[in-house]
Ligand binder design. Structure first.
Ligand code: TRP
Length: 471
């Protein structure tokens, strides 16, 4: 497609809000705190931060540059430079389907909890944990909320880049920030909250192992929306005079800030009430309402605010995933936007139904051989394999298959903006990033329980690569 016909971001602020909106999501507020809690706090956070700075930011700049250089979404980007690499883009589209096979389930929980907070969830603090368990294992109720959440995604994405995604991000992201600050201030004024700060910021390096490192790496990719062409796609809608390194810095900085803010919102209050940090995926949904319930009347208001923020963050992220999958059919197959979005989400809702049921009705029926349910399968495949390998692919691609001068020209806007770190970045993506990811991935795969899933994931990628030229 020609450049003029493609949607473009209406303004710089709009792009940053949309890209940061993509990055900041359930990954920051739902996932980051529970992973940090499970992996012992401080040490996990330090490695997470190292991966964000060293790997995440390099990969993000690579994705922005490749996307804007080629002016097409994920698949077209790879394809237009080198046909053998088409599979790397297609892998991203598959990741988009897989992530959207469970993300709307959790997004639906958030929507449900807005209403539950308002209608008496907090009245019985002692049973909040049980009621969360009962809710997500229920056959129908979570499915309805998942459908509501996915439908809202369709509405935003059908409206297109500038009108839909950008408009939503501009209003909702600043709102999220304010909401989190209110909750943090409240939490830090509780007695004994300093224990939470210690947990977050005092590293216990005896907790470090391969599985934890892979979790921290996967989380860095997931949280920054990297490794599946999302930022390539967003970069392709970016104007030629935008400063890519500055945007990379701002987007990843905001994302990290929000993750740390979510930690600060949860752990001080959690320790103040003497609760358990390793509560798993239920952490936000159980601990936060319980904390709020103990605060009396104001707690209800804060709980509603919190789940609105979680829903908002989830929506601005999931629209970016839906956009990646839809833009493949728009750019590569010539479908209309409406047709692409509706068809793609029809597939996603099927995956979501399976994922949601795998937590309840089908909990005793794991997928044969792989030994996990649909929810876990989609989560592990994307977060622990596809995204990190997607990161290796895009950096190896840029480092070895794109001309260095072309990259330099794209990143410095034809030499009009200075980027003194260009050589450092180039060495990082050409050598260090792929090597570090490979080492962490191998250490992680060896340490992980679900090895069958990991092997299955690697086979999918190998299979795609075989057919790259036909994709
Ligand atoms: N980053 C989002 C979050 O933290 C999720 C997300 C959106 C994502 N787009 C992505 C994850 C692309 C991986 C790749 O919730």
């Amino acid at each position: 497609m020609k450049k003029e016909q493609r949607g473009q971001w209406g303004s710089r602020f709009g792009f940053i809000m949309a890209a940061a909106g993509s990055a900041v999501g359930l990954g920051n507020i739902w996932r980051f705190p529970y992973l940090a809690g499970e992996n012992g706090g401080g040490a996990f956070i330090i490695f997470y931060l190292i991966f964000v700075v060293l790997i995440g930011m390099s990969v993000m700049l690579t994705e922005f540059a490749v996307g804007r250089m080629t002016d097409t979404a994920a698949v077209g980007s790879f394809k237009s430079i080198d046909k053998r690499w088409t599979f790397a883009g297609v892998l991203g589209v598959i990741s988009a389907f897989f992530i959207m096979g469970f993300y709307p389930v959790v997004g639906g929980w958030a929507v449900a909890y807005i209403f539950k907070s308002a209608t008496g969830l907090l009245a019985a603090p002692d049973v909040i944990g049980d009621s969360f368990g009962a809710f997500i294992t229920n056959a129908w109720e979570p499915l309805i909320w998942t459908a509501v959440f996915l439908f809202l995604n369709v509405v935003v994405v059908v409206r297109g880049i500038s009108k839909g995604i950008e408009a939503a991000g501009k209003i909702l992201m600043p709102m999220l920030f304010v909401l989190l600050i209110i909750i943090i201030v409240k939490g830090l004024t509780l007695p004994n909250s300093v224990e939470g700060l210690k947990f977050l910021f005092t590293p216990d390096f005896s907790k470090v192992n391969g599985e934890m490192l892979l979790a921290a790496l996967g989380q860095a990719f997931f949280s920054l929306s990297l490794g599946m062409g999302c930022m390539i796609t967003y970069g392709s809608y970016l104007k030629k005079d935008e400063n890519l390194p500055a945007n990379t810095f701002i987007v990843s900085g905001l994302d990290t800030l929000v993750a740390l803010m979510a930690g600060l919102a949860i752990f001080p209050a959690l320790f103040s009430f003497g609760m358990e940090p390793a509560a798993g995926p239920g952490l936000v949904f159980v601990v936060v309402p319980t904390i709020f319930a103990k605060m009396g009347g104001i707690g209800t208001v804060l709980s509603i605010i919190f789940f609105v923020a979680l829903f908002v963050a989830a929506l601005t992220s999931s629209v970016s995933l839906l956009e990646v999958a839809a833009s493949y059919f728009i750019d590569e197959r010539g479908w209309s936007r409406a047709k692409a979005v509706v068809s793609v989400s029809a597939v996603m809702i099927v995956l979501c139904v399976l994922a949601s049921l795998s937590l309840g009705v089908m909990a005793d029926m794991p997928i044969p051989v792989l030994g996990v349910g649909t929810f876990d399968l989609l989560d592990i495949l994307t977060d622990k394999i596809f995204l990190a390998i997607g990161g290796v692919l895009v950096t190896v691609f840029a480092g070895w298959f794109v001309k260095k001068e072309d990259l330099e020209r794209e990143i410095t806007n034809n030499g009009t903006i200075p980027f003194p770190l260009f050589e450092t970045w180039y060495t990082l993506i050409k050598f260090d990033v792929p090597i570090i990811i490979a080492v962490v991935a191998i250490a992680g795969i060896m340490g992980i329980e679900q090895q069958a899933v990991m092997i299955f994931g690697l086979l999918i990628i190998r299979f795609l690569a075989l057919f790259s030229k036909k994709l």
